[in-house]
Design a protein around this ligand. Structure first.
Ligand SMILES: CC(C)(COP(=O)(O)OP(=O)(O)OC[C@H]1O[C@@H](n2cnc3c(N)ncnc32)[C@H](O)[C@@H]1OP(=O)(O)O)[C@@H](O)C(=O)NCCC(=O)NCCS
Length: 141
């Protein structure tokens, strides 16, 4: 783990991040494109955290704080680097950021059948809230 470096992503990382997500992330997001990530980084330059090993992206998480809630998205570790604590280290870095900003509780959307992810979230102290469901409506483009 001492060879893992966690830093904030910048605009120049976008294409590499998208490529990394295609390989490592679970599913896709409506914002998974150049404009989507550029908007994130432009709005909050400290939200997208990358874990690097030997200059290559080994993991990512988006630690988004809107002044009210702390949301985690796109937690992903490259298949070749899993079970080495990188996911845990990224969540710890996100937690540090949220604490600095005055956040109070973190949340993540986790697919019901993503059992591997359940184990990882659980191991770092997260628990499901069964009484909630996400309600969504797309914005007309
Ligand atoms: C989920 C994910 C980010 C975990 O990353 P990671 O770097 O492998 O996680 P860590 O090494 O920090 O694991 C911490 C603990 O979580 C649990 N855990 C992680 N992966 C696990 C697995 N495949 N099976 C069982 N437990 C697991 C273990 O308790 C582990 O501790 P241990 O290795 O000492 O037993 C990674 O598997 C991944 O990228 N998955 C695909 C994308 C994804 O599903 N992201 C989550 C979206 S909600």
């Amino acid at each position: 783990m001492s060879d893992i470096h966690i830093r904030c992503a910048g605009l120049s990382d976008i294409e590499r991040v998208l490529e990394f997500w295609r390989e490592a992330a679970e599913g896709t997001s409506v914002s998974d494109d150049h404009d989507g990530v550029a908007r994130l980084v432009g709005t909050d330059p400290e939200a997208l955290l990358l874990a690097e090993r030997d200059g290559l992206i080994a993991g990512s998480v988006i630690a988004g704080f809107d002044g009210w809630r702390c949301h985690l998205y796109r937690l992903a570790v490259h298949p070749a680097h899993r079970r080495q604590g990188i996911g845990t280290a990224l969540l710890a870095a996100a937690e540090e950021r949220f604490a600095r900003l005055g956040g109070r509780r973190m949340d993540a959307m986790v697919l019901q059948d993503n059992v591997r992810a359940h184990a990882a979230w659980q191991a770092t102290g997260y628990r499901p809230q069964e009484e909630w469901r996400r309600w969504v409506k797309p914005l007309a483009g």
